[in-house]
Structures are given as C-alpha cells and as structure tokens.
Design a protein around this ligand. Structure first.
Ligand code: NAD
Length: 321
C-alpha cells in the first residue's frame, strides 16, 4: 500500500485522528484568493520564488530577509536577471518593471501577517525552520497557507512546531511543502509534500498556486529526502566520493555524466549550483533519519563546508566563480 493511500485511510478511519481534524478544520485560501504572497529568506531560492510569482502569477510579493545585505544583494541580482531577459527579448521592459514593482522587501517578518500564502526559504537548519513556523502560526491570517521550501526536513515536524497542543491543527493543517527546484525561473517541477497534519484543502491550494506560477507540481510523501533529493543528493555524494578516492578528476566526473547521460551539467558542477552546505545538510538528514550507512556524507563534502567552499554562492566550490 502506498504511503499516500495509507495516510488517507489513517485520516479517514482512525477515530482519534478524525476527531482531531474535526476539532480544528481550518478553511484555507484558494489559489485565486491568494492576493499577496510572502517569501521568507531572500537567498537564491527565495528570490527565484518571489520573481516567478511576481511574473507568472502576477501577485504582489513581500520578500523578507533578516539580513539587509542579503536583501540588497538579491535585488541587484534580480535587476540583472530582468535586464538580461529584456536584452534577449524574452520579456518586455514594461513587464520587467511591473514584476519588479510587485516585489517589496523588508527585514521585518511580521510584515507577512497580511499575506494569503507564505513560502519559507531560509537555510536548511531544522531549529531555524521550527522557530519561523512557530512565529508564522502566530502572526499569519488564519486562512493563510504556510509552505516550506525545505529540501529534506520532515514536513510533519515543521507542522508540529506550529503548536504545543498536538490536537490543535488550526495552523498545522495549513503547513505543506512547495519544494521548488533550482534555478526557480527555469525548473518546471515542484514537489508538493504533505505532513501527517496537512489538510486536503491545503494540498489543493498549494497545487493550484504553483500551477498559477506556471509550474508542474507532483506529490510525494513525507519521507527523508522526499523524491527529488532522495535520488539526486546521493548521486552527487557518490560523485564526491569518486573524486576524493581518485576514481576520476572533477572534469572527468562531470564530463562523463554530462556527455554520457545527457544531463545539462555534471554532478560536481550541480553541487556548486545547489550549494555544498545544502548538499551536506540533506545527506546528513538522509543518514540520520534512515540510519542507513549508504547515505554517509563524503568526507570531502564536510571539509569543503568547513572551509567555506560552498559553491557558486561563495565564489568557490569544486570550481571557482
Ligand atoms: P540561501 O542560503 O541562498 O538563502 C537563505 C536566506 O535566508 C539568506 O538570504 C539568509 O539571510 C536568509 N535567512 C536566514 N535566516 C533568516 C531568518 N530568520 N529570517 C529571514 N531570512 C533569513 O539558501 P537557499 O539555497 O535559497 O535555500 C533555501 C531553502 O531552499 C533551504 O531549505 C534549501 O534546502 C532549499 N532548497 C535549496 C535548493 C538549492 O538548490 N539551493 C533547491 C531546493 C530547495
């Protein structure tokens, strides 16, 4: 029996679970009712999500980052992206200006109290995400969808952080993952991942909103790494092990995978684009949550994070930028 079928049966048949859901079923914002989006974290994913929402779904976006310098860097990067699109005649100058005008930035997270849908995209640190969702449950409208872009942290645990009373699903039922892929403006697929507490209305709203953003959603279960990263990150980790054990040089590894399996870039270059710290964090979750030694992170991956060689975002990873 698949996880999703099992979960549906659980929620339908177990009286305790059914009662809990009746105790606090919360109506949520439908896709068309999303009049304003909030994005927490203006890094590479948060900025991409904000930009695509402003361009494709044409919703006003409140982009929040607790680091003013990170916000400024993101806005400069956004200007460059839009200028490039205009120069290549992919969009008109008017559309670029309109998209820009829809995005407002702030360092004050309480500004998302007015949004109908919020997507969190802060670094992959469990306690940080839990504290943000605890706060969101207090400040957001009672109908707002509370989505995370986590690559690997359990959605059920994130949802649980919204309350001290596990019977209270008023916020937990609105927690879902909209797992966008990098780079957000290019990659069409978005994984929609449900926690045990997520309501079907929340899933429907998340599916509809990512479609409004021009993306192609698919669903996966709340299992370590979900689908995309359960498959992708061990592949990258294996490439790093091949490098550190001398099976091949970095160019050889990337070349054979790029030219031999028809992927747009090799695994080490891809790791640089994802962020070496993010790759390590996901491997750690896979390893710790499954206890399976096949997910042990490569030593080189750990050392690179210790050295601050985080890939493209820090100017140095497997390659120099
Ligand atoms: P990033 O490091 O580029 O950006 C994170 C941003 O969050 C930074 O600008 C940081 O200043 C900000 N931030 C930190 N604490 C904050 C707080 N308390 N409040 C507001 N802002 C805060 O990270 P990223 O690569 O954009 O990843 C974000 C999330 O998306 C992570 O959960 C990651 O696992 C996931 N993800 C990443 C990728 C990828 O390829 N990078 C792909 C899919 C999912």
């Amino acid at each position: 029996m698949s996880y999703l079928v099992l979960r549906r049966q659980l929620l339908r048949n177990v009286p305790a679970v059914r009662n809990v859901r009746q105790f606090s079923a919360t109506p949520v914002a439908g896709s068309e009712e999303v009049k304003r989006l909030g994005v927490i974290g203006a890094g590479q994913m948060g900025l991409g999500i904000a930009l695509v929402a402003a361009q494709k779904a044409q919703v006003p976006v409140t982009l929040v980052d607790n680091n003013k310098a990170a916000l400024d860097k993101s806005l400069t990067f956004m200007d460059k992206l839009l200028e490039k699109d205009v120069a290549k005649q992919r969009i008109s100058k008017e559309d670029a200006d309109a998209a820009k005008a829809r995005i407002s930035t702030t360092t004050d997270m309480d500004s998302v109290s007015e949004v109908d849908f919020v997507i969190e995209a802060v670094p992959e640190i469990p306690d940080l995400k839990f504290s943000i969702f605890s706060r969101l449950s207090q400040i957001c409208s009672p109908h707002a969808i509370l989505a995370t872009n986590t690559s690997s942290i359990s959605i059920t645990r994130i949802a649980a952080s919204t309350t001290k009373d596990p019977r209270d699903l008023s916020a937990a039922s609105r927690v879902v993952s909209t797992h966008f892929m990098n780079p957000v403006p290019i990659q069409k697929g978005v994984e929609i991942i449900t926690g045990l507490q997520t309501s079907e209305a929340t899933v429907a709203a998340a599916l509809a909103f990512v479609k409004r953003m021009g993306k192609i959603p698919s669903r996966s279960a709340d299992s370590p790494g979900f689908l995309a990263n359960r498959i992708l990150i061990p592949y990258i980790n294996e490439a790093v092990i091949c490098l550190e054990t001398g099976v091949g040089g970095k160019e050889d590894i990337d070349s054979i995978m790029k030219n031999g399996t028809n992927v747009p870039m090799g695994p080490l270059q891809l790791a640089d684009f994802i962020g070496i710290d993010t790759c390590l964090a996901i491997m750690n979750v896979l390893y710790e949550e499954t206890g399976d030694s096949k997910y042990r992170p490569a030593g080189l991956l750990k050392n690179m994070v210790s050295a601050g060689w985080l890939g493209k975002k820090s100017g140095k990873g497997f390659y120099d930028y």
